[in-house]
Design a protein around this ligand. Structure first.
Ligand SMILES: Cc1ncc(COP(=O)(O)O)c(C=O)c1O
Length: 369
């Protein structure tokens, strides 16, 4: 039933318990480390009904069989755990800093070989593909919002026999559905937009290939990075309003990006929704929207950027993204952030507050230097 519905309806109706008189509308938080013998689950590290509700809801949105994990990084690690020793991975030379650190660690230990590419440079990506076992994509990228030409790159990778996995955290299934475009695995930091309230960490992987699902499920069983049932329940509660939250956050982000782009103290804005952004036409050609993440560099130093982030009263200075509340930070305050990211770049996760209140807060914070 759910797959014929539109995402706004799927988010509300998927993953509900079967209908019968006096059955509850919501699944309960199943707190059990083990299960009576003879069934399909068997043990709490192998499955849980509360997980299954969330998995079927995310799966209906991404159109694939889904597994949830204890965090986005646990989900990413499970993908890499399925690779044979010495496998060749092609990945962006910048993206979420945790993913980059994991790639570097696995490379240093000899587990994988990595070819780093600029995801926005399609020719460069395509030239790196022959001999690739896994193409790991993140698009738009964190934190500079580069957009990969997915309708060109995914088929090219499949043609050379590479597995294609995509971190869809920034775009969400509302803006792009990579499995429909031919990707093998789509990953989320559910921590962000899908759960949406900055109160839990969780990750997910979705796929339509039974053999890949089996490998990923095994990686979760053996790696043991499972989600807590309470967190899974909270994530599903959050997911019910994800399309509403995301729609409002996108509207706010577009207004703020436009205003930042003409602000005298801002030197550059990264937001694919701006007509002047180098990713704009590409994003417009295949994405349903431009998202609610943006980043900008100020006409000042890294110390000035720190002052700006500390001065806001409505926007919280904190890492992470995708919650109802707006968050910002200077990304290079993290030593793991790529040196290609400017020292004075501020990443802003635009939330659902009133946009004029947000803008007043930004303007006044920019007045601090
Ligand atoms: C794009 C992206 N992917 C993956 C992750 C990792 O997710 P988690 O923090 O849930 O482990 C993050 C975290 O910020 C992220 O921004």
């Amino acid at each position: 039933m759910s797959s014929q519905l539109r995402p706004e309806s799927i988010a509300i109706s998927a993953g509900r318990p079967p209908v019968s008189a006096d059955a509850p509308l919501n699944n309960s938080i199943e707190l059990s480390a083990t299960f009576h013998a003879g069934g399909e689950i068997g043990y709490g590290r192998y499955g849980n009904q509360t997980w299954s509700s969330l998995e079927s809801a995310i799966g209906a949105l991404e159109m694939g069989e889904t597994l949830i994990f204890s965090s986005g990084m646990a989900a990413i690690s499970a993908v890499f755990a399925t690779l044979s020793a010495g496998a060749t991975v092609t990945a962006s030379h910048h993206g979420y800093s945790g993913t980059m650190a994991l790639l570097k660690t696995l490379e240093a230990s000899g587990h994988i070989k990595v070819r780093y590419i600029d995801v926005a440079n399609t020719d460069e990506v395509i030239s790196a593909l022959p001999g690739t076992d896994l193409l790991w994509l993140e698009s738009p990228t964190n934190p500079t919002l580069d957009v990969a030409d997915l309708p060109v790159i995914i088929p090219a990778a499949k043609e050379v026999g590479a597995l294609v996995a995509l971190d869809n955290t920034f775009a969400t299934p509302l803006n792009q559905r990579p499995l429909e475009m031919g990707a093998d695995i789509v990953m989320h930091s559910v921590t962000k937009y899908l759960a949406g309230h900055s109160d839990i960490l969780m990750g997910s992987l979705s796929t339509n290939e039974a053999s890949i699902f089996e490998k990923l499920s095994n990686a979760r069983k053996l790696g043991g990075a499972i989600a807590g049932p309470f967190e899974a329940w909270l994530a599903l509660r959050g997911l019910r309003t994800f399309p509403l939250r995301f729609a409002q956050a996108q509207i706010n982000a577009a207004v703020i990006a436009e205003r930042l782009s003409v602000h005298p103290k801002v030197s550059k804005v990264h937001f694919p929704g701006l007509a002047s952004d180098p990713n704009h036409l590409r994003a417009k050609s295949f994405m349903n929207g431009f998202g609610a993440m943006l980043s900008f560099t100020i006409d000042g130093s890294s110390a000035d950027a720190d002052k700006v982030c500390a001065a806001s009263t409505l926007i919280t200075q904190a890492t992470s993204l995708g919650g109802v509340e707006s968050l910002w930070e200077r990304r290079r305050r993290w030593p793991a952030e790529s040196s290609t990211v400017p020292e004075n770049l501020i990443r802003l996760s635009v939330g659902c507050e009133n946009v004029e209140d947000l803008w007043n807060d930004i303007e006044s914070a920019l007045g601090q230097f």
